[in-house]
Design a protein around this ligand. Structure first.
Ligand code: ADP
Length: 329
């Protein structure tokens, strides 16, 4: 392959810029031409496609967000949108595309694969909810940000003998809550992958104060319910502590990427280019047991593919499980 493109799509994540930088620099090093696509699939369909040089990605590795912008573009779930996107790519002489994004963006890459257009997925999302990789780009930074915020909440919580529900992001995955909660020494961690009993939670809060604790930190993954909803349930179940809710929100999506996210992004971006250079599309790059791996995007579960199709409907072959094994849950 001689000419490829790169886009970022879905929720932005710290480290996406580092991934794009790696794609651009590696492609140029390999003697390929590389184009950028603004605003994800929306820009692909609109033809917002332009050549990128090595200089264009200077000073980008340390920046959060994505300089290629991101967008939600539901029209790409329709076959007309997908074919219009491929037409634009072909018009620019582009032979393969690197998609940096989350779960929804991977569905788009799967459709490109289905239509025979070579796409390589690079997992960029803070949620760590992508199949085919142990860690996604942006997760480490989001956990570090959440951890820092929880440490600060703990200071004020102890000073006032308060109970705090800290709601963290993660969509339907509990990874951010698990890592930030364990790292911050939270008293309770509630994740969607694991049931909880509100009466047991209230008993544990009471037990904590009775045993001389001067605060209670409950880390709640947004996929379970909202912080205010949980607060109502906890109060209804008899909690009599001074209870506050803190929703960390979008601060978890921004900021300078950690070393881990920058290195992961650089490895994965470079690998995506190597695959396309060898004419290998329809793959998603991941990291498994600290080794770079790639999985077919579309195929059977036995082949290790991420998705299969059942009468046009997308089936996720091995749904993500929030590193539950690691924590022996
Ligand atoms: P993320 O990639 O972070 O999970 P989204 O779920 O918003 O974010 O998906 C990003 C974009 O991927 C969507 O706006 C849409 O353009 C595309 N996309 C999502 N789902 C599909 C699908 N089922 N088929 C094709 N494209 C999709």
């Amino acid at each position: 392959m001689k000419r490829i493109a790169v886009l970022t799509s879905g929720g932005d994540a710290p480290g996406m810029n580092a991934a794009v930088r790696a794609v651009v620099r590696k492609a140029i090093y390999e003697g390929m031409e590389v184009f950028g696509i603004n605003y994800g699939y929306a820009g692909m369909v609109a033809g917002d496609i332009f050549p990128l040089t090595g200089r264009d990605v200077g000073d980008k590795i340390s920046r959060g967000g994505t300089f290629l912008y991101s967008a939600r573009f539901p029209e790409f779930a329709e076959v007309e949108g997908q074919l219009a996107g491929i037409e634009q790519l072909k018009k620019h002489g582009i032979e393969g595309v690197v998609v940096v994004g989350g779960d929804g963006s991977y569905h788009g890459a799967m459709r490109l694969t289905e239509h025979g257009f070579p796409a390589v997925g690079v997992p960029g999302t803070i949620d760590n909810d992508i199949v085919g990789t142990d860690y996604t780009i942006g997760f480490d930074t989001a956990v570090t940000t959440a951890l820092d915020a929880i440490d600060k909440i703990r200071d004020t919580s102890s000073s006032h003998k308060r109970t705090f529900i800290v709601e963290v992001m993660g969509r339907s995955a509990g990874d951010i809550a698990l890592w930030a909660g364990i790292g911050a020494g939270a008293d309770e961690i509630l994740i969607p992958e694991h049931d909880f009993d509100v009466n047991e939670l209230v008993a544990s809060i009471k037990h904590g104060y009775k045993n001389g604790k001067n605060h209670n930190i409950i880390v709640l993954a947004e996929g379970v319910m909202s912080g205010s909803e949980l607060a109502k349930k906890v109060k209804a179940a008899g909690d009599d502590s001074d209870l506050r809710v803190s929703t960390l929100g979008h601060i978890q999506r921004g900021g300078t990427p950690t070393a881990r996210d920058r290195v992961l992004a650089s490895w994965m971006g470079a690998r995506a280019v190597e695959l396309l250079k060898a004419g290998r599309g329809g793959l998603a790059v991941g990291i498994h047991n600290e080794k770079l791996v790639e999985s077919p995007i579309l195929g059977s579960a036995e082949e290790g593919a991420l998705f299969s199709l059942d009468n046009g409907k997308i089936i996720v072959n091995n749904p993500h499980k929030a590193n539950l094994d690691l924590f022996k849950l």
